[in-house]
Design a protein around this ligand. Structure first.
Ligand code: PLP
Length: 389
């Protein structure tokens, strides 16, 4: 039976496991060695060569999930992004990146690319025509992110990949928010698929890691530069990540179902002005999302009614924690105006649709009724204190 025919949960649980020949244990042993023999061996192994047994095997699970030939595991999502970009861009090349880009990736480009004389254009929007307009004769890579952070905009994966192919340009995607459980960009022709494995791959808010999935040829190209940059992940954490990924299908499906219920409920709530979730019919790109996602993910954002203090609201929550990160089994919320976008002026924020009342919600695995009750009690507290004031 070929691995491609396995169901998602079978891949999560089994693909890439290391058989314990010696003791017949049920899970992969950890190989912590940073020193391996060089005589009479097929592969010269070393952690920074990304080829220790645990690294090599976990990469197979990622590749199977993303339906690519190969994959690599990195020490963080940013290591995955930066090594991937640097493998395909050199001085004089140009990259097109989506305007709604993860902040760390945006900083990397704006701060480092001028030093390397790599040119870049951030698109004006996220329609295929915006990518087309940004292409230059020296464009080598187009990088997209869908659904985006924090407004959950959807980019046409097939549209962008067809456009790039017609011009001989390589494409990459940040698939962190969707996960391979909900979206498989290789099916739409995307060349390089990266993840912050710190998020849903890890899923328990205790691992920092990254991954790239691609063809053998493209992974070889990334490997050539990665062995010099040195961003490999410790085998202990690789092993932790393998354990986490076994339940990724279960977690993400449960979280996705809960997010859809929460989005519908929030949309009908009187203290909430607007909900951003690609699985809602009110989302302007609902049909596009439906055509390229198997599920709509577990991230959503909502805007509180004017005058409802979003910070006071977050402080009043008892179950849902405030958090800079996302994708854990515990529900968390974040106020973009106070965190990820705090360095922009209020006007700049409003121009890109990030108001003071916007809250990003990473939906966990708790009972939906408990999440609703927590939001309800926090809302009541904030409304009452407003009336008293
Ligand atoms: C967190 C995140 C990253 C960066 O990953 P790290 O593991 O923090 O380096 C990249 N893209 C997205 C969408 C993220 O959420």
């Amino acid at each position: 039976m070929s691995k491609k025919e396995f169901g998602l949960n079978t891949i999560c649980t089994h693909v890439g496991e290391i058989g314990d020949e010696q003791f017949k244990g049920a899970v992969s042993p950890i190989y912590m060695a940073s020193s391996y023999a060089f005589l009479d061996v097929d592969v010269k192994r070393y952690p920074r060569y990304f080829n220790t047994p645990n690294q090599e095997h976990l990469a197979k699970k990622v590749a199977a999930l993303e339906r690519t030939e190969s994959a690599m595991i990195f020490a963080s999502g940013m290591a995955a992004i930066s090594h991937m970009f640097l493998a395909f861009l050199k001085s004089g090349d140009h990259i097109v990146v989506q305007n709604t880009l993860y902040g760390g990736a945006s900083n990397f480009i704006r701060e480092e690319f001028p030093k390397l004389k790599i040119e870049f254009t951030f698109t004006d929007g996220y329609d295929v025509k915006d990518f087309e307009a940004a292409i230059q004769p020296n464009t080598k890579l187009i990088h997209i992110e869908t659904p985006s952070n924090p407004l959950l905009t959807i980019t046409d994966i097939k549209g962008v990949s067809n456009l790039a192919r017609s011009k001989g340009i390589i494409t990459s995607i940040d698939n962190t928010f969707a996960t391979p459980i909900n979206q498989r960009p290789a099916d739409f022709g995307i060349d390089l698929i990266m993840h912050s494995a710190t998020k849903y791959f890890g899923g328990h808010s205790d691992i920092c890691a990254g991954a790239v999935a691609a063809s053998e040829e493209h992974i070889k190209r990334i490997w050539n530069i990665s062995k010099n940059l040195g961003g490999s992940l410790s085998d202990f954490t690789v092993w932790m990540l393998e354990r986490s990924m076994k339940t990724m299908g279960l977690r993400v499906k449960t979280q996705t179902r809960a997010a859809k219920k929460m989005a519908r409920w929030l949309e009908s709530h009187k203290a909430i002005k607007k909900v951003y979730y690609p699985g809602l019919k009110s989302h302007p790109q609902y049909e596009l999302a439906k055509s390229q996602m198997r599920g709509y993910g577990a991230m959503l954002s909502f805007e509180l009614m004017d005058g409802v203090d979003s910070v006071a609201f977050q402080k009043a929550l008892q179950l849902i924690k405030p958090s800079m990160s996302l994708a854990g089994i515990e529900s968390t919320m974040l106020n973009p105006a106070k965190t990820s976008h705090a360095l922009l002026s209020q006007k700049e924020r409003e121009d890109i649709g990030i108001g003071d009342g916007l809250i990003r919600f990473s939906v966990g695995i708790e009972a939906v009724r408990d999440l609703k009750a927590d939001i309800e009690q926090a809302m009541e507290k904030v409304m009452n204190s407003r009336q008293e004031a």
